[in-house]
Design a protein around this ligand. Structure first.
Ligand SMILES: [Zn+2]
Ligand SMILES: [Zn+2]
Length: 246
């Protein structure tokens, strides 16, 4: 039981960290600079920790930049205010994601003007159905070996769809529930205490106020753990945070 709990939380927090630190704060917003070698390490770790639900950075960044530009309007790729429930919003986001990734839909050039990291070979492997199935089988094997009873298997879908689930929680609750520190002209909210569990990602209201600011926590009672880790990585000269102009 202890092994399964550890595996679940390790998978949750590691994939969430790279989701926030690499896909969101680097690929989408370029909040810091780093060397090509470290970029590849973070890229690989994003693939490895998301596993069966790997989100291709290029498509992710384009859609996320659209989200900021059109926040909570009809052009927003995933505003909760245009969907009946979280599942419909997830499905719509997935379809759009696939269209951008496959090249069926071309992004408006304004969303690709800023640098987006890409690693075609890894994307091809990571997005392949065989890779996704192999990861899913790996998670299932661990449950077969270590889970004390079948009830624990109910957690498996969370492993299978980890990346999109985390994205859906942020996009749904972060634009629906909680309080606002700033009036951004949209429905972005800070949903404390879930902000802590989501490693800072649920301070959507603070983040939409100043999207290039790497610290999503603005009040003394708000805590952005991804940012804390980023300051440590800066201390060791692995990344360099860009200055935030007031
Ligand atoms: Zn948002
Ligand atoms: Zn953002």
């Amino acid at each position: 039981m202890l092994f399964i709990l550890c595996f679940f939380f390790l998978h949750w927090f590691l994939s969430l960290f790279f989701h926030s630190f690499f896909l969101h704060r680097y690929a989408s917003h370029q909040m810091y600079t780093t060397t090509k070698r470290w970029e590849r390490v973070f890229y690989f770790m994003t693939f490895f920790t998301q596993g069966s639900s790997y989100l291709v950075p290029r498509a992710y960044a384009v859609m996320h930049r659209m989200h900021h530009k059109y926040s909570d309007t009809e052009k927003d790729p995933h505003s909760p205010h245009f969907f009946k429930d979280i599942w419909r919003m997830m499905w719509h986001t997935y379809k759009l994601f696939e269209e951008f990734h496959s090249g069926k839909k071309l992004p408006d050039p304004q969303f690709t003007k800023e640098y987006i990291p890409s690693w075609d070979r890894l994307d091809k492997i990571g997005n392949h159905i065989i890779t996704r199935v192999l990861f899913a089988l790996g998670y299932t094997m661990l449950y077969i070996i270590f889970a004390p009873n079948l009830w624990w298997f109910l957690l498996l879908p969370v492993h299978f769809f980890m990346g999109p689930i985390q994205g859906a929680i942020v996009n749904w609750f972060g634009h629906k529930l909680g309080y606002a520190n700033y009036s951004n002209g949209d429905h972005s909210r800070n949903t404390t205490p879930w902000g802590f569990i989501m490693m800072g990602e649920l301070f959507q209201n603070n983040h939409h106020y100043k999207k290039i600011d790497p610290n999503f926590a603005k009040k003394w009672y708000e805590f952005d753990s991804t940012y804390i880790i980023m300051t440590a990585l800066q201390y060791y000269r692995i990344i360099k945070l860009k200055p935030v102009i007031a």
